[in-house]
Design a protein around this ligand. Structure first.
Ligand code: GAL
Length: 684
């Protein structure tokens, strides 16, 4: 495996730091001075600077105040702290809203925003685009070649949509480019349903609660447009930066489970992917183990966006997250474990929001490295400091990556289409959760997985798991078939192969062009009430050597065999004894179809059987107790294995050979004790 260089030679160690907002403290030089001392004590080597600082940088139009930033940048530099310099577009100054009201967003119900909040400007507005370009150009000219500046942090968590007249006009031109004429558009959207045929481009409006809500083709295109318009805005933001600082890498921070943007497209435009992770550990909704699997899935998703290139954990909390329903403290050990979990999955940084707690404002109770008490004698500060020292010990991992034989398809446009569809149940379609559950067994077994969208190349994997692949984009079925023909294994489920890219149902039976791959056709899809259940039982001699009965709920697909072999059957209702799991030999490979949503134990047993059959590589060949898992990063001949205990209790593991522990800085062999939420990094 290759070693990546994310920062064009400027950085060769793990980054550790925070969002630093000195603009909140310009009236307190004593605090600014103390900050630098504390940063060094906390073993921090990077700060994201200038996010939301527009009104401090340009308090009135054209009046730029950079002197304070000059000073901060110089102080950080003199103290060996790198800088990710932000562009300030995430929140705007009041003069900008007052003088150019077009920058204020219009909501879906067509009400216009007032000044306030953040992340709420119109992405089309020429005025906003112009203003941000001016200030970005000045930032690039002034700081672009500063030795401390290692990266651009563009804006902050892009998201949301605007329905103003400017956006409507751009949406219509976007549609004209896509469809050419109205007849093609009407056909693609099936708009003669309810007499919604469009006879004039000007009659097309984005979805609205008091207007069009029922045309799924329109809704999908609007989401595509919003995503592309945001990316276009980003591209215009970075124009002066690319021109003046072509060597400086660019990132923008993505968000957990955010579905407002198609990150698979956005990722192509950034140099490095970064994301913000705020899991609610220790919650009463799920176990830490389930939560950890979910976070692992997101890490793998963000890493896979750039085909394995390391990503950055741009934000996380060093303590609590104030906006969560219950902002619980991380239990001892969890800060280290969750931070190193990100590194295990390919992050080259651990960064926090924010460095110092604000005295006022919406996030004054959000965890920060420096609390209101103002000194370093706190549990959180010490956790952060210790983590910084751990990261120093992991320096040689910088730029290494993760190699996977397994891919789970998690596709944004498919997600949009599933959520838009009216029926077959309005709630609990749970596309994301389903993808995570299918991924979970691989994670539990210590098997690396990529999480990819359906347009990615499948050929490097041994198995591709595609839960609920409702929307098949052009070309996906051919690529899946080629993958299986050449020996690959594919697994899909109920509610796959239903619609094309504009949400038109496939004719000739489901799962559309995948019927021959799976050797089945699906006639009807039963959906169950929450309390209802069916069962699925393995047949004798099913080839997977599995037996027993499992609960099925929510979705039960009624399928006909057309070449496939039935491996399991439904237990009750009018479709008792019909096939609930099938396998089809296709070329040199096999395609499995899971017809119903089955309890997690089914997925565990099923995927464990496939793991054995396909001889998938575990990152370490040892037995794990429940809640313990492993991940591996590699470069060249070197492998780095992370063992992680997500239990709030001590576990013992028997190692299979001698390893060098990077965290303990010594050889270890035999029994390894992992503390509550303990983690170990081994070199083999
Ligand atoms: C992020 C955001 C930060 C801060 C943080 C609090 O989503 O980028 O600015 O608000 O959440 O958890």
């Amino acid at each position: 495996m290759q070693k990546y260089d994310l920062f064009n030679g400027k950085v060769n160690n793990m980054l550790h730091g925070a969002d630093y907002n000195p603009d909140q403290w310009l009236h307190r030089p004593d605090i600014l001075e103390k900050d630098i001392k504390l940063m060094k004590k906390a073993n921090c080597n990077v700060m994201s600077l200038g996010i939301f600082a527009w009104s401090a940088l340009e308090p009135e139009e054209g009046n730029f105040q950079f002197e304070w930033l000059d000073q901060i940048i110089e102080n950080l530099y003199q103290n060996g702290i790198n800088i990710m310099l932000a562009t300030p577009s995430g929140a705007r100054p009041d003069w900008l809203a007052a003088k150019y009201p077009e920058v204020l967003r219009v909501n879906t119900d067509r009400t216009k925003d007032l000044f306030g909040e953040r992340h709420n400007h119109c992405y089309t507005s020429p005025a906003y685009r112009e203003k941000i370009k001016i200030i970005n150009r000045k930032l690039a000219e002034r700081y672009g070649d500063h030795p401390a500046v290692i990266m651009w942090h563009i804006s902050n968590e892009y998201g949301g949509e605007c329905h103003c007249d400017l956006c409507q006009a751009d949406f219509r031109s976007w549609l004209k480019d896509k469809y050419g004429d109205l007849e093609t558009l009407n056909q693609a959207w099936w708009s003669n349903f309810w007499s919604h045929t469009y006879s004039d481009w000007d009659n097309i409006e984005s979805p609205a609660p008091q207007g069009m809500q029922s045309n799924h083709g329109l809704a999908l295109d609007w989401k595509r447009f919003v995503s592309e318009q945001t990316i276009d805005f980003y591209k215009s933001e970075i124009e002066p930066l690319r021109e003046i600082t072509p060597e400086l890498p660019i990132t923008t921070n993505f968000m957990y489970r955010f579905d407002g943007l198609d990150y698979s497209k956005f990722a192509k435009e950034v140099d490095v992917v970064s994301w913000d992770s705020y899991p609610s550990w220790h919650s009463d909704q799920e176990s830490d183990i389930e939560r950890a699997a979910d976070v692992a899935f997101m890490h793998d998703y963000f890493r896979s966006l750039k085909d394995g290139k390391p990503f950055l954990l741009m934000e996380s909390t060093p303590s609590k997250t104030n906006w969560q329903p219950v902002a619980k403290l991380k239990r001892p050990g969890m800060h280290r474990l969750s931070s190193l979990q990100a590194v295990a999955h390919g992050s080259d940084s651990v960064q926090y929001f924010q460095w110092r707690k604000s005295r006022g404002g919406f996030e004054k109770f959000h965890g920060s490295v420096v609390d209101h008490v103002g000194h370093e004698d706190t549990r959180v500060f010490n956790d952060v400091k210790a983590l910084g020292s751990d990261l120093q010990k992991l320096e040689e991992l910088t730029g290494t990556s993760v190699e996977a034989e397994v891919a789970v398809i998690f596709d944004t446009e498919n997600r949009w289409a599933i959520n838009e569809a009216s029926g077959p149940r309005q709630k609990k379609k749970n596309y994301v959760e389903t993808c995570v559950q299918h991924y979970q067994t691989f994670w539990e077994e210590g098997i690396s997985a990529d999480v990819i969208d359906q347009s990615k190349d499948f050929s490097k994997y041994k198995i591709v798991v595609a839960p609920m692949l409702y929307m098949l984009k052009d070309g996906t079925s051919e690529r899946l078939k080629n993958f299986v023909k050449n020996g690959g294994t594919v697994v899909s489920t109920y509610w796959s192969g239903i619609v094309n890219e504009t949400d038109l149902c496939f004719e000739g039976g489901f799962p559309g062009q995948l019927k021959d791959l799976f050797g089945i056709w699906a006639e009807e899809l039963d959906v169950l009430y929450d309390a209802d259940q069916n069962t699925v039982s393995f047949k004798n001699k099913n080839g997977l050597k599995l037996s027993g009965q499992y609960k099925a709920e929510i979705f039960c697909d009624l399928i006909h065999l057309d070449g496939a072999e039935s491996l399991a059957e439904y237990g009750s209702d009018f479709y008792a004894s019909r096939s609930a799991l099938t396998v089809n030999n296709f070329g040199h490979g096999r395609a499995f179809y899971i017809a119903s949503r089955n309890e997690q134990k089914f997925k565990r047993d099923f995927y464990q059987a496939l793991i054995e059959e396909l001889d998938l590589n575990r990152v370490i060949e040892i037995e794990f107790p429940s809640g313990v898992t492993a991940q591996k990063r590699s470069a060249g001949e070197k492998d780095y294995i992370f063992l992680m205990n997500f239990n709030n209790q001590v576990v013992e593991i028997k190692l299979n050979k001698k390893y060098y522990s990077l965290l303990k800085e010594k050889d270890i062999t035999g029994k390894l004790r992992l503390e509550n939420y303990g983690v170990e990094v081994l070199k083999s």
